[in-house]
Design a protein around this ligand. Sequence first.
Ligand code: PHE
Length: 345
Amino acid sequence: MQERLKELQAEALAKVEKASDLKELNEIRVAYLGKKGPITEVLKGMGKLSAEERPVMGALANEVRDSISSAIESKHKHLEEAAIQQKLASESIDVTLPGRPVKIGNHHPLTRIIEEIEDLFIGMGYAIAEGPEVEKDYYNFEALNLPKGHPARDMQDSFYITEEILLRTHTSPVQARTMEKHQGKGPVKIICPGKVYRRDNDDATHSHQFMQIEGLVVDENIRMSDLKGTLEVFAKKMFGEDREIRLRPSFFPFTEPSVEMDISCKICGGNGCSVCKGTGWIEILGAGMVHPNVLEMAGFDSKKYTGFAFGMGPERIAMLKYGIDDIRHFYTNDIRFLKQFSVTE
Ligand code: PHE
């Protein structure tokens, strides 16, 4: 019996020594130390031993069992440690690898232009005003001296929602709304950027939805020269100090007199090229002195107050400034186009 125990001990210790993973080690533990294992089996035969032999054999059996279990324990620790090391090695990262570049978005070119124009006018003491895109016929037309049936309504083909409600065709209704809020008291000095809608077929220079920036100043003694000076500062800041402006007579029902402003062509320096269609000038905005009817309808005394207004298209300004040849680029979200206006790349 003694020999059998020694044999089992040697056999178990050798297997523990050879075990290569925790699963195998556990199988050895169950096999040798479990209730159905060979040591238990041997001990069952103790009953047959004499009274003197029994304690000796008992002590030996315990010793064998202890030696096997402590060998398993230390092997267990060893294997566990090895497993951790292996995991660490397989999951190691190379901190010296160059990082992946983070793609940062950038402002849309139109947003950039609008913010630039806003900053410029804020610097001249203007406030920013906003109005609804779904507008009443009254503010879009009537309050701007365009009564129902007025032929000039055709200048702006409209998207009507009901007979009295439409998508605004310009930002000029914000003029009427702002003046109304001032309840006949000046000064009013605002610019209003926003989306407008017209029933146009989209092509390189037309879009059924585009942006406008409206400007309005109402106070005592506002003159045409104030309008001209303001627009000149704007044009030079926006396009360069060497640009010249000219005002051409025009017609808008809500301004009298009305003008259109051109800037000298940057491409040809005024000599005439394809961009300025040989004229040396490029049209940039519409403007004029606020029509007395418009002032009166909004509650201003047109004998005391005068004002000027202007309206421009940021797309057109961006197209000229950045040399963009198709208005649709602003609205088709082609990342290759938009990326060119990134500040970071
Ligand atoms: N609302 C005009 C347009 O859309 C532009 C404009 C604004 C003209 C203000 C004069 C004064 O064409």
